[in-house]
Design a protein around this ligand. Structure first.
Ligand code: ADP
Ligand code: 5GP
Length: 187
């Protein structure tokens, strides 16, 4: 499971990790957040309405869910459970409240490996968020406020990787996830 404050580079680093580890299964979350330019429904997220999200929660179809900076996010339960039942590893990219729920889930939490992707500094995090250019000022402020709390939760995680440069951060994640170095056989 990978967490870390908004703008630290989780999506960017994971895209690289996925190119280094073919076949790694990644859980596509449901969210009520509006789609960003370039995002594809069913690939980056399942984009749903508030009503659809509430229904997923009511039907117990989310493994975990959280409200983050004005939007709802959750992990579809069935797909993850099917992969785990088949003995496959699954990768979740979720914020801290969700990571805590997974950690507390019987039969799931004890096995889960929690990795925190940290920024080199808070100022650099703020710069990346501005540089991405996908949020207005109010939304950026909400995300940076959440980031303060998330950075405080870092010690709850099993491992910490600092995203100074994408290549090294991805290599660090690959090593933690597979116990091997990129380029050598995985599994
Ligand atoms: P997250 O998924 O954690 O919200 P993103 O992957 O969208 O973050 O990255 C936020 C911004 O920071 C993007 O514009 C991305 O290109 C940039 N970025 C990511 N990693 C780095 C890095 N190591 N150095 C500089 N910029 C980075
Ligand atoms: P973003 O809107 O930038 O894509 O994501 C905002 C935050 O929500 C990020 O920290 C991301 O990891 C988190 N997130 C994405 N999907 C899920 C999910 O299914 N559950 C939870 N709890 N958080 C998620």
């Amino acid at each position: 499971m990978l967490s870390g404050p908004s703008g630290v580079g989780k999506s960017t680093v994971l895209a690289r990790v996925r190119s280094l580890v073919p076949g790694l299964w990644y859980s596509v979350s449901a969210t009520t957040r509006p789609r960003r330019p370039g995002e594809i429904d069913g690939v980056n997220y399942h984009f749903v309405t508030e009503e659809q999200f509430a229904e997923l929660v009511a039907q117990g179809r989310l493994l975990e869910h959280a409200h983050f900076a004005g939007n709802h996010y959750g992990t579809p339960r069935d797909a993850v459970e099917q992969r785990l039942a088949a003995g496959q590893d699954v990768l979740l990219e979720i914020e801290v409240q969700g990571a805590r729920q997974v950690r507390a889930a019987p039969g799931l939490g004890p096995e889960a490996v929690l990795i925190f992707l940290a920024p080199p500094s808070f100022d650099e995090l703020a710069r990346r968020l501005v540089g991405r250019g996908t949020e207005d000022e109010a939304t950026r402020q909400a995300r940076l406020l959440a980031a303060r709390t998330e950075l405080d939760a870092e010690r709850e995680f099993d491992h910490r990787v600092v995203n100074t440069d994408v290549q090294s951060a991805a290599a660090g994640l690959v090593q933690l996830m597979t116990g091997s170095r990129p380029g050598s056989p995985v599994g």
